[in-house]
Each structure stands twice: as structure tokens, then as C-alpha cells.
Design a protein around this ligand. Sequence first.
Ligand SMILES: Cc1ncc(COP(=O)(O)O)c(C=O)c1O
Length: 388
Amino acid sequence: MTEFDIITDRSGTYSYKWDVKAGELPMWVADMDFETAPAVKRAIVERARHGIFGYSATPCEFFEAVSGYFGRRHGFKIPTEWMVYSNGIVAAIGSAVRRLTHPDENVLIQAPVYNIFYNSIVNNGRRVLSSDLVYDGNGYSVDFADLEAKLALPQTSLMILCNPHNPVGRLWSREELMKIGALCKKHGVTVLSDEIHCDIVRRGREYVPFFSLEEYRDISVCCISASKTFNLAGLQSAVAVIPNPHLRHRIWRGINTEELGEPNAFAMTAGIAAFTECDGWVDALVDYLFENRALAQDYIKEKIPSLRPIEGEATYLLWIDVSAVSEDSVAFTERLRELTGLYLSEGREYGEAGRSFVRMNLATQRERVLDGLERLRRGVEIILSEGL
Ligand SMILES: Cc1ncc(COP(=O)(O)O)c(C=O)c1O
């Protein structure tokens, strides 16, 4: 039994994910049902005990903590002057879209992809242009010819990369990132790389930060944070890493003009504790999450053979092909919820390319993972025999 096996109760905390009926099991929104690392909790409690919650600054200590953590964990000590603070990654992405592109220009994404990218593009009056990832029945890859054709369009000015990729769980290799960088550079396209899931990576696999690619640093804006790894999304805190000083100034101007650059009273304390005191906890978390993934993949292969789990290298999100049961993931997830109380994300949210997939969040206690899998098996059995 590990600390991650302890069943938590999130009711009464205004949790978005757990705003469900009694008996339902939510495995949708991408946050974790675990407590944050003990050192982070201690730091927040101590800060709360102080009782004064006025305006906060962003001290050097915070950026040094991020830099040290990346050095230890990912072999790249980020120069602190490359960093710009932001109230979350989605906030930074929206701001970057407004600053780096003009209305009606194309922002390139790789569907199926994190649903909020669409909002950040469309709500700012820009156009979504997808170079859909290619699905071969087992996994996903990039169609580089299609990508180049779309990057070459004069109206395409920005590419939002998801590294690692939510929801398909791909960890882009150095070669793939180099090719993407080369194509973007060739066609004058800036790369906005969302790297929020970068710590949740299968052991033995290498996460390559896009900003670490020297050749493409000048066109790179990367977003990182403690939100996924330490379950701190509710603190709305992130860092944009921008090596090019001119590009950095534009992003900094955007974030600060839009008043997105001041942390809440807990963000600095929590961030510093997370990035300096918790390396062992992160190792244990990642192991636990990949054991959950192995368990879920094996269970589905063995007991729900009509579904196909996609082998993931990163994130705690399992992307599942349900096309043999239904081509319509909206109807499928609704019916599954009615029948079993299991609440999954429907794949069409991530673009049409995801219409016959569902996403299952595995960042929960193993007992709940097993409960979710059992509900999924039962639901699929009923849907196969009775129809949707
Ligand atoms: C790829 C990706 N980017 C960003 C976010 C959200 O980031 P933030 O809460 O910092 O806005 C998520 C959350 O699920 C995500 O999966």
C-alpha cells in the first residue's frame, strides 16, 4: 500500500471533476485524486496559517526553483531570464495567440488534441488549422508532408504543439521535434509548445523540451508548470520559457497588459516547495501512474477486447479506441454514464479525429481504477448486446 492508494474524498471542495451524482465515478477532467506532495501541503498550510493574503510578487527564488528542477529532472537548467510568469498555461496560450498572430490567421494544431486549444484560437478570432495526427490502429504519428503544406500557407503564423501530447499520450522524439522545428522555421511559423505533462513520462523514455533544441530556440515559446505533476491546477500558476529576448518581450507585454502575470497568495510558496523538495515523491508518483496504465491496458486487452487502448508513453490519460462498439463517442460516453456511473471524456471534444475514442483519467487510486475498468466492461457488454 502506498500513499497513492489512500482513498480521498473530494466532495465538498467544489471540485469540477467530482461534481457528480452519488455513486458516479468521474475519470474525466485531468487532475489527480491524490493529495499533493507532503512538502507542498506543509508549505501551503504554513502560508495559510500566516493569515495575511495580500498581493504577491514573483521572487527570483521561484524561477531558480523551476530552473533547478528542470536541470535535475530533465537535464536542462533553464536560464531564469528566459522565464515569464503567468496565471496558468491556458491564460498564457490565449495571450500568446493574441500577441503572435492577427485575426483570421491560421493557428496550426495536431488533432486530436487538448480541447481548450480550440477555444484559445476561435475565441480570439483566429482559425483552427489541423494537421491531424495519423492513426494506424495502434498509435499516432505526424504526417510531415501534410504538416509542411499547412505550415507553408501564408496565413499560418503559429503552431501549438502539445509535448507530450494530450490525449493520445505521445512523447515526441528529438527527431520528430527537430523536423517540426525545421518546418516551422522554414515557413516563418512560431512554435508554442505546451509541455504541462512533461514529468509524467514512462521510465526510460526521454522528454525533450522544445526550448532545448538550440536550432529552433528563436522561434520557441514553451509553457510549463507544477499543475499536473503536483496536482496544483487550482492555484493557476505557470511559466512561459522564451529564449529569444524579442519574442519574450512580446509575450511578457501581452501577459502583463492582460493582467495575467501576478501570482495568487499560495502559488509561489507551493511552487518553490514543489520544485525543490519533492523529487522522490515525483518518482514514486510516476511509477504509480504507469502501473495504473499497465493495469488498465492489460485489463482492457484481456477483458474488453472490443476496445483498443492506445499504448501511451506519457500523461496519466488513457486514449481508448471504441470504434468497434460505437463511432459516436458522445452517445457512447453518455450511455456508459447512465448505465454504470462511469464518467469519461468523449473523444470528439478533441476534434473530429477523436470521434470514436474516449479518454480515461488514470490519476486515481488503484481501487478506483479497477472499479472504473469493471464499470467500463459492464457498460460495453450491455451496449454491445442492447445497442446505444
Ligand atoms: C495540454 C494541457 N495544457 C494546459 C492545461 C491546463 O493548464 P492550466 O490549468 O495551467 O491553464 C491542460 C489541462 O488539462 C492540458 O492538458
